[in-house]
Design a protein around this ligand. Structure first.
Ligand SMILES: Cc1cc2nc3c(=O)[nH]c(=O)nc-3n(C[C@H](O)[C@H](O)[C@H](O)COP(=O)(O)OP(=O)(O)OC[C@H]3O[C@@H](n4cnc5c(N)ncnc54)[C@H](O)[C@@H]3O)c2cc1C
Ligand code: SF4
Ligand code: SF4
Ligand code: SF4
Length: 432
């Protein structure tokens, strides 16, 4: 990880770039853009419009006629600002305090993706004159960020939606809400959205906003998701889509159409999930080398699924892993715990991240077939045809599982040893 000195040099270079006053997307390029909407919110003259690109990710379009090259959007782009944030967030703990957490209310726990930690934290904020920003399903199964003032509104944010969220004006709404609410405001989302919120706040405003991110695998294309469900339901309207239904254990997908057709499968058998979370074929380009997946984290609190949860705490109703990164985060979880509905059990940091590498590193290999898959989708090919053409074949899967890190080392060691043996054999006396 970058040290403080390197970060300072990079920050200095960025300040020089900033003097050029280009829009941030021209500085970072589309491959690193996270589609967070931060620059659209920052532009004082509305020269940026963010819309869905052909691949199904949100990207900015600059109106070159009106852009005055003031460079203000660069200050709010999390990809650029993250270096500044690295310094500003120096107070964030390098080794977070780690917990296993779950809601004691089974309705909450069973309708959440993991243990329902988010809902219990949000409840504490709402009951103390605060408000909560997070992602809910919008029209046509399109995730979007909203600001909730009541618990029924928070309930709409419950559950992971595996597609990019349209953040729209959420950053401005949170800042405006600061003057209307006495209590803390909670902003939740992907680490890049949280970093964009952080970059939009003054130091004083930051003391009143609790930043809550989740450990983020990456986001898949919204257009691929829509193509998949259109085919699955033959164009029927889909009434509900739950990526983590718990009626049959922790991990099934349940979707129901307006005509009552149901898609209910174990997550690892759901083709869309496989392509996203196992084969990594159609994620946003910036997710393959995520600059936010490292310590110290920008958020006050990082939450996730407790994969690898130690046996006495494991429960198929779901367990959240919680990393507390700041004093403010610690006060917030203690207050939520004191309400009586949140269970918190201390675990070691090593246990918390053992099966969840994205808590500390952001690298996934970018599959060669990604571009061909997305081009095929743009050309109108069906999801089923794209799956046949571009998902790894059975032999490729066998080969790559054989060549996982442990096997690879063994494999290389055997090749070297057998080569050495042959080499030595050349010089040994031949006994007849
Ligand atoms: C795209 C994606 C990838 C994820 N990858 C991982 C991972 O690799 N490892 C891991 O441990 N956990 C991951 N999670 C988080 C995990 O699935 C749970 O959301 C988290 O454990 C919180 O669960 P909960 O039970 O406390 O609350 P829940 O009620 O399930 O959490 C809902 C929270 O997620 C937010 N949210 C939901 N969908 C989106 C979205 N599309 N964009 C922005 N915010 C959203 C809501 O605003 C709310 O804050 C991912 C979630 C998403 C959406
Ligand atoms: S006017 Fe300024 S803030 Fe707006 S796009 Fe141009 S450089 Fe960015
Ligand atoms: S990362 Fe966010 S702020 Fe930066 S260019 Fe992309 S949308 Fe704009
Ligand atoms: S993996 Fe990184 S870049 Fe991608 S959505 Fe998550 S936080 Fe943003």
């Amino acid at each position: 990880m970058q040290n403080r000195h390197e970060a300072l040099i990079q920050m200095h270079e960025q300040q020089l770039i900033m003097k050029n006053g280009k829009p941030c997307i021209d500085v970072i390029g589309f491959a690193r853009c996270t589609g967070c909407f931060g620059c659209q919110a920052a532009c004082p003259i509305g020269a940026i419009v963010i819309s869905l690109d052909a691949d199904g990710f949100y990207k900015p379009v600059i109106n070159q006629q009106t852009c005055s090259e003031c460079g203000m959007c660069q200050r709010r782009c999390p990809v650029i600002a993250s270096q500044e944030q690295l310094l500003a967030s120096a107070g964030n703990w390098k080794e977070p305090k780690a917990y296993a957490a779950w809601s004691k209310d089974d309705d909450v726990r069973l309708s959440s993706s993991s243990g329902g930690f988010f809902s219990e934290l949000a409840r504490q904020v709402i009951e103390n004159e605060g408000a909560v920003a997070g992602c809910a399903w919008g029209e046509n199964l399109t995730p979007e960020h909203l600001l909730a003032h009541t618990m029924p509104e928070v309930e709409k944010m419950r559950g992971s939606k595996y597609a990019p969220s349209r953040c729209g004006n959420i950053y401005q709404e949170v800042i405006a809400a600061l003057s209307k609410h006495e209590g803390l405001l909670l902003f939740s989302g992907t680490p890049c959205q949280v970093a964009a919120m952080d970059a939009a706040l003054s130091q004083e405003q930051r003391t009143r906003v609790l930043l809550v991110e989740f450990i983020c695998h990456g986001v898949p294309s919204l257009s691929v998701f829509h193509r998949y469900i259109d085919e699955l339901f033959s164009g029927d309207k889909v009434e509900s889509y739950t990526f983590r239904d718990k009626s049959l254990g922790w991990q099934t997908v349940l979707a129901v159409s307006s005509h009552g057709k149901r898609h209910h499968v174990i997550a690892s058998n759901d083709t869309f999930i496989k392509g996203f979370s196992i084969h990594h074929i159609y994620m946003m380009e910036s997710c393959y080398q995520c600059p936010f997946a490292h310590l110290p984290r920008v958020a006050d609190i990082t939450m996730g699924d407790f994969w690898g949860c130690p046996e006495p705490l494991y429960d198929k109703r779901g367990v959240s892993v919680v990393l507390v990164n700041t004093e403010k985060g610690m006060k917030a979880i203690e207050a939520a715990k004191n309400r009586g509905l949140l269970e918190l059990q201390t675990v070691s940091f090593a246990e918390a991240v053992a099966k969840n590498p994205r808590a500390i590193t952001g690298d996934h290999a970018l599959p060669q077939k990604r571009r061909s898959f997305l081009n095929g989708m743009i050309a109108g090919k069906s999801f089923a045809a794209l799956q046949t053409a571009f998902f790894p074949s059975r032999s490729e899967l066998l080969w790559s599982s054989f060549l996982n890190d442990d096997h690879k080392l063994l494999f290389l060691r055997n090749i070297i040893f057998s080569a050495l043996r042959k080499f030595r054999g050349l010089f040994l006396p031949v006994h007849q």
